[in-house]
Write a protein that binds this ligand. Structure first.
Ligand SMILES: Cc1cc2nc3c(=O)[nH]c(=O)nc-3n(C[C@H](O)[C@H](O)[C@H](O)COP(=O)(O)O)c2cc1C
Length: 366
């Protein structure tokens, strides 16, 4: 018998409470389909979509908000600083079939913050409040908010901003345990996320640096949150949400075989090519980008990356993936390969920032 691991978000049931984080350039329809197909994912979130671009009908913004018919529950994330444009975009998201509209208050990027959107709104709670109110009144589906701990260590105001969001009708808040000025440095502070959880009555997700079952356990324990959101960890190991969900639900965590890993990567490539609409140059560019993310930390990963980067057509990328997995087989690296993903992580050291950096850095060749 499995143990429940989920929560109610307004009228929606999110189960398992394992959520794929929004990642610009990554969590497009193909990636979301891939992760959902592997199981263990209770909610997906699109890449952030500019409300300015969406309300001015820029085709790229609308493409970013496209959903698959079988992708539910799903949230479309929007960002911007103009309450009216945010409200218009939220309405469009609802018409596009989103189950949730998520407001981005977390993006640290200069292009977003210089327009006073993303995490810059943490410094302007009054404007954030106007945005929450405008969005909420434009839609009948739930509104949620994703934020960082604050702007910097001197301004860790996420409990206040999250409370404002809740008062304005937000049904869930996600907190990445870093400030804007931290960018991606240091470690996510899961205990500080707990300050938000204690302040709110709606569900709160903890986010940042969750790579393994053990990380998820600690993040939940330290924050007291209702569920986890995982971003970069899913690129390193597309099965990580499934493993966390299995573990939380009292089932043995699923361990994929080497053949499955190869087949999933190739299936993902197929989805990318389908999405690229026969534009092989576009497909190739994306394949090169994701191959880099997917192979960091793997034995001989650098060799695969090199083969992929040299490819001039997408067929060659497929050949490189086959060659790479044959190489692993021939070196009897099945165990070595799975160890990269399944061995329990080192004991958690709160100040040790290097764990995730190491995971995302080019690997040392075996
Ligand atoms: C490539 C990349 C793109 C991202 N794009 C977004 C985004 O569009 N919206 C957002 O709210 N957060 C975005 N983030 C932040 C993630 O959602 C997440 O909060 C952050 O990576 C910490 O979680 P993680 O350690 O599990 O990756 C992005 C992160 C990365 C690495």
């Amino acid at each position: 018998m499995s143990t429940p691991f989920g929560f109610d978000l307004a009228h929606l049931r999110i189960e398992p409470a394992c959520v794929l984080a929004p990642m610009e350039g990554i969590t497009d329809r193909s990636f979301r389909t891939l992760i959902r197909g592997l199981g263990g994912c209770g909610l997906t979130v699109t890449e952030f979509v500019s409300s300015e671009a969406m309300s001015r009908h820029v085709a790229k913004a609308w493409r970013m908000a496209e959903l698959s018919p079988d992708e539910h529950p799903v949230s479309i994330q929007i960002y911007g600083r103009n309450p009216d444009r945010m409200a218009d975009s939220a309405r469009y998201c609802q018409e596009l079939g989103a189950d949730i509209v998520d407001i981005n208050l977390g993006c640290p990027s200069k292009t977003v913050t210089s327009g006073c959107a993303g995490s810059a709104l943490m410094r302007e709670p009054a404007l954030a409040q106007q945005i929450f109110r405008a969005v909420k009144s434009a839609i009948t589906i739930p509104m949620t908010v994703k934020m960082r701990l604050g702007w910097d260590r001197g301004c860790m105001n996420s409990p206040e901003v999250a409370h404002i969001a809740q008062e304005e009708g937000a049904s869930m808040v996600t907190v990445h345990g870093r400030t804007r000025m931290d960018f991606y440095k240091g470690s996510a502070d899961w205990s500080a996320v707990g300050e938000v959880k204690r302040r709110l009555s709606v569900p709160v997700l903890v986010n940042g640096d969750i790579l393994t079952i053990e990380d998820a356990e600690r993040a939940l324990e330290q924050s007291g949150c209702d569920g986890v959101m995982v971003g970069r960890g899913t690129m390193r190991d597309p099965w990580v949400l499934r493993a966390i969900a299995d573990h939380k639900m009292g089932r043995p965590p699923y361990v994929p075989t080497l053949d499955e890993r190869r087949d999933v990567l190739l299936r993902y490539f197929d989805l990318i090519r389908e999405d690229a609409d026969a534009d092989d140059r576009r497909a190739l560019g994306k394949l090169k980008k994701v191959s880099g993310y997917f192979t960091r930390g793997l034995a001989y990963g650098a060799r695969l990356r090199e083969m992929v980067y040299r490819s001039t057509e997408s067929e060659a990328v497929y050949a490189a993936v086959h060659e790479y997995f044959d190489l692993l087989q021939s070196h009897g690296l099945r165990e070595g390969f799975s160890r990269v993903f399944t061995e329990p992580s080192q004991p958690y050291q709160p100040q040790d920032s290097r764990r995730l950096d190491r995971a995302m850095e080019p690997d040392a060749e075996a």
